[in-house]
Design a protein around this ligand. Structure first.
Ligand code: NAD
Length: 295
């Protein structure tokens, strides 16, 4: 078992750090938000008041921050203070260029580094069943795999530096588009007099089956884990989904990839964010679909 520094104890980092503690690691956690520190302390995390304290004596440092810019800013503090030989694991969803810059800086400072974004949402973070997608060397991947075990269902090596983030962005392109499709299907059904239950019972065991339907259904009272049951409290906020879709779109532009559905999905999440939905779970996009349907 290891001493792990954990920076960013939010919706994801909070439960992830709690599971690492449950798995036997000592976790030194830091967050700028006092409420996040309080929650983590209640789950056995040793909370500290700076990044320097979090990384002190730590064999691995995990960052779980809003974006790549936050990660690079945190690395400015982490790299001079981290324990020699420590492995740096960034689990934030970040731009590929930022992830590669983090690898470059870490390598220059003599640290092993992986980008290891996750899929599974807050439900997966709480249950310790996240999928980690790793970019970096085989040696660093194997080390991370053993460290992350209490928080993971699966840790998958996707390639070299940045390839974890490429995988994540492609996955979330599927997720953002499928949540819109599920929302549209429920609203269309509603307007044609179909019950939510009937559509769910069929689609959840048929070819319409997908995570957006069976784990985070945008309609309440059908799936226990869905954030729709909690008035769309995130979960995975719409603002973060928009962030991920923009990352995918920008990568698509740079690589000349034709991602028309991705472009439309980005526009629809941008519209929902402008309408004030950014703080709500991304499944709340169904409200925007209802609002924009004609009466
Ligand atoms: P969050 O906003 O709940 O948590 C981020 C935390 O980082 C906050 O508590 C904030 O106070 C803290 N923070 C920001 N700057 C800091 C700094 N310099 N030092 C210490 N703490 C700092 O976000 P989240 O939902 O936990 O998401 C975190 C990352 O995981 C994002 O990159 C997101 O895209 C990704 N992600 C989220 C989900 C999800 O379902 N929420 C799923 C997969 C991936």
């Amino acid at each position: 078992m290891a001493v792990i520094g954990f920076i960013g104890l939010g919706h994801m980092g909070g439960p992830m750090s709690a599971n690492l503690v449950k798995g036997g690691h000592t976790v030194q956690g830091f967050d700028l938000a006092p409420a996040a520190l309080g929650d983590a302390a209640a789950h056995g995390v040793t909370t500290v008041s700076s990044i320097a304290e979090a990384v002190s004596g730590a064999e691995a440092v995990i960052t779980m921050l809003p974006s790549g810019k936050h990660v690079l800013a945190a690395y400015d503090e982490i790299l001079p203070m981290a324990t020699p030989g420590a492995l740096l694991i960034d689990s934030s969803t970040a731009d590929v260029a930022d992830a590669r810059e983090a690898h470059r800086r870490a390598e220059e400072a003599g640290f092993g580094c992986i980008d290891a974004p996750v899929s599974g949402g807050t439900a997966g973070a709480e249950a310790g069943t996240l999928t980690f997608m790793v970019g970096g060397s085989e040696t660093d991947f194997q080390w991370a795999e053993s460290l992350l075990e209490p928080a993971a269902r699966k840790v998958i090596h996707c390639g070299g530096p940045g390839h974890g983030q490429v995988t994540k962005m492609c996955n979330n392109l599927i997720l953002g588009a499928s949540m819109i499709a599920v929302g549209e299907a429920f609203v269309l059904g509603e307007r044609l007099g179909l019950s939510h239950q009937a559509l769910y019972d069929v689609a959840s065991i048929s070819t319409g089956q997908c995570w957006a339907l069976t784990t985070n259904c945008p309609v309440p009272d059908l799936v226990e884990t869905s954030r729709a049951n909690r008035d769309y409290e995130p979960g995975f906020a719409s603002a973060l989904m928009l962030k991920d879709l923009k990352l995918a779109l920008s990568a698509a532009e740079q690589s000349g990839t034709d991602t028309e559905i991705g472009r439309l999905a980005t526009e629809l999440y941008a519209r929902f964010n402008e309408e004030g939905g950014g703080d709500q779970d991304f499944g709340a996009i169904i409200k925007s679909i209802r609002n924009h349907s004609t009466t």
